[in-house]
Write a protein of this length. Structure first.
Length: 224
């Protein structure tokens, strides 16, 4: 009875991991789309955005490629590359933004492979080796997504905060927050970590369930 339950549980969990891997693929793709200089896209999926106390309609959005200031009085899109020779933070964010974009693309592709493997394991639950392959690929996707976050949300974000800070009494400085792009990539990273750990457990404890059940089903019936 316990083996039969396990035999049903492994395909069920593989289905859950397929869904999580698929969501991660989508999230990493959205994060990569954040490498844009189009103001509508920047405001929809920023990696960082700033709000101004007392000015609820004014916001600054930061993508992997550009800054978009949405102010009532003025604003516009400013590519980091354009001002890289003038501002240290622009040079850093241009470099880190491109690196984070590449990392998101790689994470997207590896999580897609993980999705396919997890889907195959719904029907082939007894294939223990494939569980560990899926776990390794999911771990790689998780690791790469983590690098993307560290690269852009680390030094680049710190330099942005330092540039837009000060102690002048008559100036309202922005308060920065994680945007949709970085949050989705972080969520995808967590999902892939769950898939990686879950696949290791499934491969170690669940992979032998289906063969054991099949062996018992093939045993000759000796009852009189």
């Amino acid at each position: 009875m316990a083996t039969a339950c396990k035999d049903c549980l492994v395909p069920f969990t593989s289905g859950i991991y397929t869904g999580l891997s698929g969501l991660s693929t989508l999230f990493f793709m959205i994060g990569a789309i954040g490498y844009t200089a189009t103001k509508d896209t920047i405001s929809d999926i920023p990696w960082i955005y700033g709000t101004f106390d007392g000015f609820p309609d004014d916001k600054s959005y930061f993508s992997l490629r550009a800054e978009y200031d949405d102010f009532q009085t003025n604003g516009g899109v400013f590519k980091y590359a354009t001002y890289a020779d003038y501002y240290d933070w622009c040079e850093k964010c241009e470099s880190d933004g491109h690196s984070a974009y590449v990392m998101c693309i790689i994470a997207c592709l590896t999580s897609l492979v993980s999705t396919i493997l997890c889907a195959l394991l719904i029907k082939k639950a007894d294939f223990s080796f494939a569980h560990f392959v899926a776990a390794a690929i999911s771990g790689v996707a998780c690791f790469i997504a983590g690098i993307a976050l560290i690269v852009f949300m680390g030094v680049c974000q710190s330099k942005i905060k330092k540039f837009y800070s000060g102690d002048e009494a008559n100036v309202v400085y922005p308060e920065f927050h994680w945007g949709a792009g970085s949050i989705l990539v972080a969520a995808g990273m967590c999902f892939m970590f769950i898939v990686s750990v879950g696949m290791i457990i499934s491969g170690k404890y669940g992979g032998a369930a289906a063969p054991a059940l099949a062996d018992r089903q093939n045993e000759p019936n000796t009852a009189i």
